[in-house]
Write a protein that binds this ligand. Structure first.
Ligand code: GTP
Length: 405
């Protein structure tokens, strides 16, 4: 029997939208962590999924009920009393995780997106008998690797011999993907980190009681012990930190639908449908005018209205937004309930990885660069905004480049 834990964190760190907790932000039409749940539900022996985070229960419980009904699998949300770090929550809820004596359990960072190779990961974990942890790793560029957990492995045995989280200088281009298989004996190791910290709690303040960082306090000390191994994968993998990375992930999840869920992709073969340039997801409650042209890489949420002659490309349109006639939306996220007035042009700048650099990942750049200038990025029209022309449109509408929000 297997279990899976999805770490979803909490409200204070980098929200993607004002009204939706980041783990529930829709990417390719599904809440971000539904992609994790779907991958887990595909495993025959996986019996329970535990979401661990510190969002108020009210923000997560409806989602949990919906997911249980959809995938017929036990899903529970375990709320930390305070942020406990990436291993503190695992340790706090260890009895719940160990309950039923699982053979092993997956841990998945809720903010990663991937074509999750869970079966391969588990089969690899089983082969390395003494393993307490198997880490999924992938290759990054030398420069980008500094922003991740860097791993050195023994090329023959795949043992992790060295682990440094966000090193200040180059260690390795193999990086931690934040997807693991753990044996239940890992709790002894996390317990040791917990006990060591308890002493700190009484000596150096402030230390949050029970706060443990998986990467620095558990994985790094395990390197070279013969108990931690890594499986390198070349499947698509990305982190979702910024709005720009949501557009990038949207594109890749849509592409994965071609193989795994073609029924989710909209095709304009039927009469009266709009024109689509693949890949496009349209919620069945959205209303799209037949003269609109959507795609590539567009997701249209529930209750959205898209007017005549609208053009949308590389964008996510959230629930109940309205894109009025002849407007253009490129590389943007349109927030829930927002209205883009007719003939408006909403255009962002793509932040894709450099195609000339093999293994490049998307850059999660801060809003401003070192000179205080805004880094070009995708455009976000927040929740319930209205973007409308200042002047009355003439017959062509072409002169109307000035808008107010
Ligand atoms: P940053 O680059 O600083 O964001 O580091 P990172 O990519 O390693 O991410 P981080 O360690 O912050 O989070 C990894 C995953 O763990 C994310 O899915 C977070 O939502 C989740 N997470 C982070 N802190 C906590 C926590 O205190 N409790 C829980 N349950 N989850 C957490």
């Amino acid at each position: 029997m297997l279990k899976a834990i999805i770490l979803i964190g909490g409200p204070q760190k980098r929200p993607l939208s004002l009204d939706i907790p980041k783990p529930l932000f829709p990417v390719a039409g599904l809440p971000l962590i539904q992609h994790h749940i779907e991958a887990c539900a595909g495993l025959e022996n996986l019996r329970e999924i535990l979401l661990i985070g510190f969002y108020p229960i009210a923000q997560i419980e409806q989602f949990v009920t919906d997911m249980q009904n959809k995938y017929s699998i036990t899903i529970k949300y375990l709320q930390e009393f305070v942020a406990l770090g990436t291993a503190g929550g695992l340790y706090h809820f260890r009895d719940q995780i160990r309950y039923g004596n699982p053979d092993a359990f997956f841990v998945m960072n809720g903010d990663v997106c991937a074509d999750f190779p869970l079966i391969e990961l588990y089969n690899f974990h089983k082969k390395t008998a003494k393993s307490l942890v198997t880490i999924m790793i992938t290759e990054a560029t030398k420069q980008q690797s500094l922003h991740y957990g860097c791993i050195v492995t023994n090329k023959k045995t795949y043992e992790v011999t060295h682990y440094v989280e966000k090193p200040s200088s180059y260690v390795s281009t193999l990086i931690n993907c934040g997807i693991y298989v753990f044996s239940v004996d890992i709790f002894q190791v996390i317990g040791e980190a917990f006990n060591a910290k308890q002493q700190d709690y009484y000596s150096i303040l402030p230390v949050c009681f029970g706060y443990i960082r998986l990467e620095q306090e558990v994985l790094a000390p395990l390197a070279g012990s013969g108990k931690m191994f890594a499986l390198q994968v070349n499947n698509w993998w990305s982190q979702l930190k910024t709005a720009g990375s949501a557009i990038y992930a949207n594109r890749h999840y849509l592409e994965l639908y071609r193989l795994k869920h073609p029924e989710r992709l909209y095709t304009s073969s039927g009469e009266g449908g709009c024109t689509v340039i693949p890949d496009v997801y349209i919620d069945r409650t959205a209303s799209v005018h037949p003269t609109a042209v959507l795609g590539p890489n567009v997701s249209i949420g529930p209750g959205v209205t898209v007017g005549p002659g609208v053009r949308i490309k590389e964008s996510i349109i959230l629930a109940d937004a309205c894109i009025e006639e002849r407007s253009l939306v490129l590389h943007s996220i349109i927030g829930r309930g927002s209205r883009v007035g007719r003939w408006a042009r909403v255009e962002g700048t793509p932040t894709d990885p450099d195609p000339n650099k093999p293994f490049a990942k998307i850059e999660n750049q801060p809003l401003f660069n070192n000179d205080g200038k805004l880094n070009p990025s995708i455009t976000i029209l927040g929740m319930n905004n209205r973007l409308c022309p200042i002047t009355t449109p003439d017959n062509t509408g072409l002169q109307h480049k000035t808008y107010k929000v």
